[in-house]
Write a protein that binds this ligand. Structure first.
Ligand SMILES: Cc1cc2nc3c(=O)[nH]c(=O)nc-3n(C[C@H](O)[C@H](O)[C@H](O)COP(=O)(O)OP(=O)(O)OC[C@H]3O[C@@H](n4cnc5c(N)ncnc54)[C@H](O)[C@@H]3O)c2cc1C
Length: 378
């Protein structure tokens, strides 16, 4: 692909850069709730300026921007160190799924409130015994008097404690092969039948939760993509999740690398041949990640939907971010063990990068089988 920006793309980037310089909301304040509301205000500002739901069609409140502009947006946000908008799961996964598989009524009901940040979305896929092998999930939904009753347990549900809506995959048919018995619902979290219990991560943050669901009610009109078609809809969600990471993640680690080089220089660690070699290796990998994320975009532009190529930058990003934060902590020496060092936080948070959004082993399987055409594992 041609990596040179067209005059209109360069103009767009400059305009966005100037807007970000003027409207940057500053760092998140301390406290989980305060930080959350800060990000909600930020998302509202982005929406009002026409910068939310960027590549969504204009008729659904988006900007109808090209994917290149979307990628530039991610890069500029990372460059400006702007906070993430609050409704990441709704914007990256929920909205695109409703746009692709939803009815007109569903689009009218949900899309705008995703973009404004009024209604937060979470993703109820993983269960205690079903993570990578998602199709084995056991949460079941039974039709009764024109609505669905859902019972089961979900886990690692990011932002469930803040969410109004949950993208929930449940088993609606026990008697067919596992992939065919699933259905995709949008479940209202504001009901007593859904209990949310926080889980604390290694960073101490309560970012995700367990869900205990006991005969929760979902009206028929909240079913997306048809009964028994949940696997295909879930795959759209996951492909969008990985594709959505691409350019912004590449820009994020590039900035992290610059900070690390600066740190190594200040501490005199860049005189050490081993550290120099690790920095050089990371520099090569960060550039490869940038090129691969653009390659993924090219595929989406050709096909119209994200494909399995999005798995490659997701895998590379996880490995690079872990190597980068490990090197930073090595450079810091004993200071790297202090709890309140920002690099220590980044090191601890990066452990999840090779698990969240698909583990590295699963991504390697996808690339082997679906991109390289190697024989199937089973
Ligand atoms: C920060 C974070 C946020 C998350 N947010 C959400 C969320 O909002 N919603 C949600 O539904 N889930 C969420 N998850 C869950 C995440 O999707 C799962 O953790 C992930 O899919 C792996 O599932 P598992 O934890 O059950 O591990 P398992 O699937 O049990 O895997 C355990 C190990 O076995 C390996 N493995 C499994 N199968 C294979 C195979 N076929 N070949 C080779 N190796 C294999 C895995 O790579 C892994 O190393 C989140 C996870 C994290 C860390």
């Amino acid at each position: 692909m041609d990596l040179t920006l067209s005059p209109s793309e360069a103009a767009f980037r400059d305009e966005l850069r100037a807007w970000l310089a003027e409207h940057h909301p500053g760092e998140d304040p301390p406290g989980d709730d305060e930080a959350f509301e800060h990000r909600r205000d930020w998302q509202r500002k982005l929406f009002e300026a026409g910068y939310a739901g960027f590549s969504w069609p204009k008729e659904y409140g988006g900007r109808g921007a090209t994917l290149i502009e979307q990628a530039l947006f991610g890069e500029e946000m990372a460059r400006a160190k702007a906070p993430q908008p609050v409704n990441v799961l709704g914007m990256v996964m929920g909205g695109p799924v409703v746009i692709t598989h939803g009815t007109d009524e569903q689009k009218d009901r949900w899309l705008r409130a995703i973009l404004t940040g009024e209604e937060i979305w979470c993703q109820g896929f993983s269960e205690p015994e079903s993570g990578s092998d998602l199709a084995s999930l056991k949460t079941k939904a039974v039709k009764s008097n024109g609505e669905w009753l859902v019972t089961g347990q979900k886990v690692w549900t990011t932002y469930a404690h803040k969410a109004k809506w949950c993208m929930l995959v449940a088993r609606t048919d026990q008697d067919v092969p596992k992939h065919q018995g699933l259905t995709y619902f949008i479940m209202d979290m504001e009901q007593e039948e859904v209990q949310v219990r926080p889980l604390h991560q290694i960073t101490k943050e309560p970012e995700f939760n367990e869900l205990f669901i006991e005969e929760a009610r979902i009206p028929d009109e909240n079913l997306v993509g048809g009964v028994g078609n949940g696997w295909a809809v879930a795959i759209t969600t996951l492909m969008n999740e990985r594709a959505g990471l691409g350019a912004a993640a590449a820009a994020g680690v590039r900035i992290g690398l610059e900070e690390l080089k600066q740190l190594a220089h200040e501490r005199g660690a860049d005189e050490d041949p081993v550290i120099r070699q690790r920095l050089a290796q990371l520099t090569i990998e960060v550039e490869l990640l940038r090129l691969n994320s653009w390659r993924g975009l090219t595929q989406i532009m050709k096909r119209g939907v994200p494909g399995p190529e999005g798995s490659l930058p997701k895998w590379q990003w996880g490995e690079i971010n872990q190597a980068l934060t490990e090197l930073a902590v090595d450079v810091l020496g004993e200071e790297g063990a202090y709890w309140d060092s920002p690099w220590t936080y980044r090191l601890l948070r990066s452990r999840a990068n090779s698990i969240e959004g698909g583990t590295t082993e699963i991504l390697k399987n996808i690339i082997a089988e679906r991109v390289l055409g190697l024989p199937k594992l089973r």
